[in-house]
Design a protein around this ligand. Structure first.
Ligand SMILES: Cc1ncc(COP(=O)(O)O)c(C=O)c1O
Length: 406
């Protein structure tokens, strides 16, 4: 007799990431000889700082050992003194004891949400949101309740609308700033208002600041305002960080969670102990990356600003109404199609312009509300300006061919 075996409903119903949904189709397109330009994923082509690469090269220990679960004390110390307290400019100095080093910002998000919710609880997000928030809440048996923001308002976030959506099940507000996929940067006043709302309602604020350096139209060296600098937020703020985007080092898998709330820090440490250790060599490289000179960032930010401007101008020229994102390196774009997921799939598999095509992320999976985002896509401007110009031409030609299909 055989017994049927199946995964849990949690496993069975785990959401697929719309960012990676077209991976297999893109691979097949590449194997068939097409050039695919990948604007679906935030994988920059910018060179990782040399000092970081050299640190990997020079790693020379006899044993590749575990590190402490919350990360090497020397790395946490350097992060606290050389980055948070000096560069970010925190209210009171951040200490090594306020930091837990994690496997990317992704694990920091998972630990933060797990530390402040129980199954059945709710977190509040603004849709369109970073789609993996839905993956973490699914894993934890928590609901991501969404406040809708709109393309016609530049996806601006209104703290009063967030307050109106709070229920007795809400435990935390989770927002990225600068935003993925919207590029919205929360002002210091927004952070203060959200802090005031959280304090009044007894909520945590998980502020995802992994794109902190990526702000445009500001004097060189300006960072997005940080929750670490907001007065009165010491108990409620959990800041999520990562080396992935800052140093164009997505493969390093090093992030961290920063909080002055001792109970949350303790919970994160205990979760971290269960997975033993963050990556050892990558922490050495991340520590070396702290010495990256300001000129590196000035050049990188200017490169992204130019790419953003080329993309926004290109999209406008082909009749797609968009406003320039203030930060990060994504743009959420409405397209003249009914079903953007179908269009993106068709573009990769069935279309080419002189042997080239374009992969984008359909935006439906960045919303909780059924039906929203159906005609929207996310484009990551992580490619060279000339390639972006080419991508806009492919999009224009693809839209025309798509509407003319039999
Ligand atoms: C808003 C946001 N938060 C967190 C992450 C997690 O990045 P990582 O795990 O590479 O640090 C990403 C990655 O794209 C992101 O866009």
């Amino acid at each position: 007799m055989t017994t049927t075996i199946s995964p849990s409903s949690r496993g069975f119903n785990a959401p697929t990431s719309p960012i990676r949904a077209l991976e297999a189709a893109s691979r097949a397109a590449v194997e068939s000889g097409k050039t695919v330009h990948f604007m679906n994923i935030g994988q920059p082509d910018i060179a990782t700082p040399r000092g970081m690469i050299e640190a990997y090269r020079n790693y020379d220990e006899k044993v590749l050992a575990y590190s402490p679960s919350d990360g090497y004390p020397a790395y946490r110390e350097a992060l606290a003194c050389d980055y948070y307290s000096k560069v970010v400019g925190t209210l009171a100095p951040i200490t090594a004891e306020d930091i837990v080093v994690t496997v990317g910002g992704s694990e920091a998000l998972l630990f933060a949400i797990a530390a402040v919710t129980d199954p059945g609880d709710e977190i509040l997000v603004c849709e369109p949101y970073y789609t993996n928030y839905a993956g973490y809440t699914h894993l934890l048996g928590v609901t991501a309740a969404a406040v809708t923001t709109h393309v016609q308002d530049g996806y601006q976030i209104d703290p009063e609308m967030i307050e109106a959506a709070i229920t007795e099940k809400t435990r935390a507000i989770v927002l990225p700033t600068p935003g993925n996929p919207t590029g919205v940067v929360l002002s210091f006043e927004d952070l203060e208002r959200i802090t005031e709302i959280c304090t009044r309602h007894g909520l945590f604020f998980i502020c995802d600041e992994v794109y902190r350096e990526f702000v445009y139209d500001q004097p060189a060296g300006t960072l997005a305002p940080s929750m670490l600098a907001v007065p009165g937020a010491e108990d409620i703020a959990i800041v999520i960080d990562s080396v992935s985007k800052r140093y164009s080092a997505c493969g390093a898998r090093v992030g961290c969670l920063v909080t002055r709330n001792k109970d949350v820090r303790r919970a994160a440490l205990h979760f971290a102990q269960a997975r033993l250790s963050p990556a050892t060599v990558d922490q050495h490289a991340a520590m070396a990356a702290l010495a990256t000179p300001p000129e590196y960032f000035a050049e990188v930010i200017e490169t992204y600003r130019e790419r953003r401007d080329v993309l926004v101008a290109g999209l406008k020229a082909i009749g797609i109404p968009v406003s320039a994102p203030e930060g990060a390196f994504y743009i959420a774009v409405p397209l003249p199609v009914e079903d953007a997921a179908e269009f993106c799939s068709w573009l990769v598999s069935d279309f080419e312009l002189d042997g080239e095509t374009l992969c984008m992320a359909p935006l439906g999976g960045f919303y909780t509300t059924e039906g929203l985002g159906r005609n929207e896509v996310r484009m990551a401007y992580v490619l060279d300006k000339d390639v972006i110009t080419r991508c806009v031409a492919i999009l224009e030609s693809g839209l025309k061919a798509y509407s003319e299909r039999a």
